[in-house]
Design a protein around this ligand. Structure first.
Ligand SMILES: Cc1ncc(COP(=O)(O)O)c(C=O)c1O
Length: 363
């Protein structure tokens, strides 16, 4: 019998979520952000499914963009961090990539290479202080790019540091700084919004939005699951029970004996572990579904296995081969992430290549 761990990826859900993002900001074009292997969902199959439907894709690095082109992806692809080496500019021209640009070195590399680029997004540092330049420098970069004659269109982009926190007014301050930079430059299209901003903030009309996590049906907001926002979660991670035993009151389970039964109950072992991407730091009590009934993690996550029990008393007996959903369906990945002390973004992005990946579509 093959190891029963399967990550099912609902490609139609990802397309639905992309269209949902566009409906929320109908005046904007939208990148489908598929960096980091489409947040663990599989960049090539995801991009192949979306290719005819999206305005463009966005990735973090040219290697990711080339992988998509080699898989036959025809839509424009934007490099969110621009080039890391000047030699990449000619590859951008060859493959029709667009790029962010955030420093003089990237500009010098472009001018040296004389590569022709469709769109360059000059990155304004509006308060994140990670990438980008202040507004005077941004204006200078825009002017030099326009003068170079190498770029069809120059746009201005920025990234929010706190858009996932609706009580934090930093986003308003960043937007105000961005808009003042735009006014100084004059006529220039904008790109500011990640998923949180698309869903909950008022962003500039026109230009480009950059939905990432929401494409996968996952919420960027603490305490709210993707489905509660109207998104369709795309990944279901499921496996099967491979061993069952009866615990006595007081029995302790697994590495470090971190779970102790407070009364007699059944315990099942499931084929999934941190070697697959199920986070090792997930605490006892994390939700699972066992043949449609609520269960929970009971014991430390091992590399290849976890141990689980029903929540409360169950009249159903555990049995070998029963299906266990680790996340997806009725188990929000955001909740599992919370038990692991992290966020949904990290849980799915850290999926390994070990589970079998099944891509589901009605087309
Ligand atoms: C520049 C940029 N834009 C957009 C995104 C997508 O963000 P999210 O996944 O929160 O929608 C990211 C992701 O980190 C990013 O770095």
């Amino acid at each position: 019998m093959a190891r029963p761990l399967v990550a099912s990826i609902d490609l139609d859900a990802i397309l639905y979520n992309y269209q949902f993002a566009k409906k929320l900001q109908p005046s904007c074009k939208a990148f489908a952000v598929v960096k980091s292997n489409a947040y663990g969902h599989g960049a090539v199959p995801v991009a192949q499914h979306l290719d005819k439907e999206v305005d463009a894709f966005a990735v973090a690095a040219i290697e990711e963009a080339i992988e998509l082109r080699e898989a036959g992806i025809e839509s424009p692809i934007m490099l969110l961090e621009g080039v890391f080496e000047s030699s990449e500019w000619l590859l951008c021209e060859e493959h029709g990539f667009w790029a962010a640009l955030e420093n003089e070195q990237q500009l010098a590399g472009l001018l040296d290479s004389q590569a022709k680029i469709g769109k360059i997004f000059v990155k304004l540092d509006s308060g994140m202080h990670r990438l980008g330049v202040d507004k005077a420098t941004a204006k200078e970069l825009v002017m030099q790019l326009r003068r170079s004659g190498l770029v069809n269109e120059v746009l201005l982009m920025t990234h929010f540091s706190c858009a996932d926190d609706l009580s934090d007014l930093t986003t308003m301050e960043q937007l105000a700084y961005f808009e003042s930079a735009r006014r100084d430059i004059g006529d220039i299209e904008a790109s500011v919004a990640n998923s949180a901003a698309i869903m909950k903030w008022s962003v500039p009309e026109g230009g480009w939005i950059r939905p990432g996590i929401m494409l996968y049906g996952i919420s960027p907001f603490a305490g709210i699951a993707g489905a509660q926002l109207g998104l369709k979660p795309a990944m279901t991670l499921s496996s099967k029970i491979i061993s069952v035993r009866d615990l006595e009151e007081g029995d302790q389970v697994g590495y470090g004996r971190t779970y102790q039964a407070t009364k007699a109950h059944q315990l099942a072992t499931v084929a999934v572990g941190y070697g697959d991407g199920y986070p090792r730091l997930t605490k006892n009590g994390a939700p699972v579904m066992i043949s449609g009934k609520a269960g929970q993690l009971a014991g430390r996550v091992s590399m290849d296995m976890i141990t689980i029990r029903f929540v409360g008393d169950s009249d159903m007996a555990m049995a070998l081969g029963q299906e266990v959903v680790l996340w997806g369906g009725d188990v929000p990945v955001e909740e599992v992430a919370d038990y692991a002390g992290t966020i949904g973004y990290e849980v799915v992005t850290r999926m390994t290549s070990r589970p079998k990946y099944r891509y589901l579509t009605s087309q």
